[in-house]
Design a protein around this ligand. Structure first.
Ligand SMILES: [Zn+2]
Length: 282
């Protein structure tokens, strides 16, 4: 009997101890997804640049400065809320080899210090736009059938479109401010037909997302439909037709509005409208 009591006491102590440790483990796994940023599995990520995080990168509770990190976190949360994503964990990787922001199929986003430093040099809109772009990848990860197209740049160009939509809805209604923020993003573009699309294609996708936001509120799935409908018309459709049908889920007014920009969008995508002219559009 005495032995049994001792045994039970020991079990209780062990149980208490174990609870403590597992709580601690849970806490640290909330702060950091894995042992080191460079060990993140790139196959599960959609990313701004081609490389993962460097071998000497490390997890941090903030990057660049507390106030810049707070701004980033605010935009990240705001975009998650606009696109109905709820809480999307955001982690920070600091140190060398962190010129990247990655969205993971596991449901979280990691921002690198070097990328944030660089974006910050272009101003707050650049940070807001990339934050929304990464959240857009969460929309794509979490919603089957988005993107609804499978051409090589569909995923990235649509994320740019969502980015433009977010900027117009939650950040600014001044196009010049919006476009200046985008200058940073296109420094991350690849050649035509690369996964990120050319800089000119990305500019047009961003502009289209912004225009769609000016005249309606869309669910993620409707945005996907509408975005590709118009994008396909002016980019992949080749020749611009004089009139296009109104797609489902778009008001007559919005259709007329977006349609009136088809030629402009086409010229942005082809590069005929230069970067400088792009910033000065109305
Ligand atoms: Zn991306």
């Amino acid at each position: 009997m005495k032995n049994l009591t001792k045994f039970l006491m020991l079990l209780t102590i062990l149980a208490v101890f174990q609870n403590c440790t597992s709580d601690e483990n849970q806490e640290s796994s909330l702060d950091f997804p894995q042992d080191s940023p460079s060990n993140l599995n790139m196959h599960d990520a959609d990313h701004a640049t081609v490389q993962g995080f460097g071998p000497n990168s490390y997890w941090a509770s903030y990057i660049v400065s507390q106030s810049v990190t707070n701004f980033l976190k605010g935009q990240h949360d705001n975009a998650a809320s606009l696109f109905g994503m709820g809480n999307v964990p955001l982690y920070y990787a600091a140190g060398p080899g962190t010129f990247n922001a990655l969205s993971f199929s596991g449901g979280y986003v990691v921002w690198g210090e070097e990328l944030l430093q660089n974006a910050n040099g272009y101003g707050n809109t650049a940070i807001a736009y990339v934050a929304a772009h990464e959240i857009a990848h969460q929309v794509q990860f979490r919603t089957s059938g988005i993107p609804s197209r499978n051409h090589v740049s569909a995923t990235e160009l649509e994320a740019d479109g969502f980015g433009g939509y977010y900027i117009r809805k939650r950040y600014t209604s001044n196009w010049t401010t919006a476009a200046q923020g985008y200058n940073f993003a296109q420094t991350l573009a690849g050649p035509v037909n690369s996964s990120h699309g050319s800089a000119a294609q990305r500019r047009s996708a961003y502009r289209l997302g912004y225009l769609i936001a000016e005249n309606g509120n869309y669910s993620n799935r409707n945005f996907d439909n509408v975005f590709f409908y118009y994008y396909d018309q002016y980019v992949l459709g080749g020749q611009l037709r004089s009139e296009i049908q109104k797609p489902e889920g778009v008001s007559f007014e919005a259709h007329q509005y977006i349609s009136s920009f088809r030629e402009e969008l086409s010229k942005i995508a082809s590069g005929e409208i230069s970067e400088e002219e792009y910033v000065n559009l109305n």
